[in-house]
Ligand binder design. Structure first.
Ligand code: ZN
Ligand code: ZN
Ligand code: ZN
Length: 343
């Protein structure tokens, strides 16, 4: 099993894979070979090849149809190369001065479209809404497992376009709260402590007031570039209704979220010429009551999605200082995104 190790200085967890890779692994050909060994030479996520994947965990298809049959809109299967495995215990232990534990968790692959070459945002609102319904269903289900502290839904698009092109995203359930998320949760908690207001609700009010960073607004959501972005053209989608957990959205909000995500993704792809990008769903940690449970979580956190195009690699300066440099102001980025009309 892979291993999680805790940095003794910064307190953050990192994962070390069990089968240690040689230098060639990181070269272009090595990456291709690993991909071929894992996934074969053609795509097993396409419609009609359901029996070649591990059995599905969930599928979005008409009720009454058999599982692992071709009639589906989205499918969820275990990740073929999981970083986290569902079986086993955490095995938290100290080794000398260091802390480690087993990488117990869940790692699911969400196949977002039966078509290899058409992402859900290009298949229309009902397809996109099916993807959001799938996210919601899986997150709600995994939140019931007390071993998991955080559920991270994320999509990485286009970085290895030729190798893994089928539209997909991933859901990872981790036994620890990742440090990046923890920083945001603690910042929101501190803001609430001092002001007795949710920082994200305040951001929404401020952005609606100024309007200069708004990308799009729908009945229930606001898409805007953040005041202090980590990347050029980064933007966030926030629900206008205060709510700490994504999985608590109702059906109307689900449809509206699909609309704003679909439209803003198309705008971004249009003006940036189909860039590699990631999106991350920042939602509340597992809400099963436990020791040190975060009692104000429902008030001080506010779920949102962060969409980050990867246009240029980060410099050593940015890595080490975490002082991000963006060559396009968020106000200009919002202006470009707002004005894009790819439809
Ligand atoms: Zn495919
Ligand atoms: Zn709020
Ligand atoms: Zn966030």
């Amino acid at each position: 099993m892979h291993e999680l190790r805790k940095d003794p200085i910064l307190g953050k967890w990192i994962a070390v894979l069990k089968d240690s890779k040689p230098p060639e692994y990181y070269m272009e050909e090595g990456l291709r070979r690993t991909f071929r060994e894992s996934f074969g030479t053609s795509c097993i996520f396409c419609l009609g090849r359901e029996k070649e994947t591990p059995p599905e965990i969930y599928a979005y298809r008409e009720p009454g149809l058999p599982s692992n049959s071709p009639n589906w809109e989205t499918r969820v299967i275990p990740n073929l190369n999981p970083l986290f495995r569902i079986e086993g215990d955490l095995g938290r232990r100290g080794v000398g001065m260091y802390d480690r534990m087993n990488s117990v968790g869940a790692h699911e692959l969400i196949i977002e479209s039966p078509r290899h070459d058409i992402p859900p945002e290009d298949r229309g609102l009902s397809s996109m809404s099916g993807v959001i319904a799938t996210y919601k269903s899986r997150i709600s289900e995994l939140e019931k497992d007390p071993r998991f502290r955080y559920l991270l839904l994320h999509k990485d698009y286009g970085r290895r376009k030729d190798m893994f092109h089928h539209p997909h995203s991933q859901l990872v359930a981790t036994p620890v709260i990742p440090r990046g998320i923890k920083g945001e949760l603690e910042g929101a908690k501190d803001y609430f402590f001092y002001k007795e207001r949710c920082v994200f609700c305040d951001i929404i009010d401020e952005e609606m007031r100024s309007g200069e960073r708004i990308v799009m607004e729908t009945s229930h959501f606001l898409a805007c570039t953040p005041y202090a972005p980590k990347l050029p053209f980064e933007f966030w989608i926030l629900p206008k209704r205060h709510c700490c957990a994504f999985q608590d959205i109702d059906e109307t909000e689900q449809e509206d979220f699909a609309l704003i995500l679909m439209t803003t993704l198309k705008k971004m792809r249009w003006i940036l010429r189909d860039p590699a990008y990631s999106y991350l769903l920042h939602t509340a940690p597992n809400r099963i009551p436990r020791k040190e449970y975060w009692h104000t979580l429902g008030e001080d956190f506010h779920w949102h999605m962060e969409i980050m195009p990867q246009l240029a690699p980060k410099s050593g300066f940015e890595w080490s200082l975490e002082l991000h440099v963006t060559a396009t102001s968020p106000e200009d980025a919002a202006d470009y995104l707002r004005g894009a009309s790819p439809l």
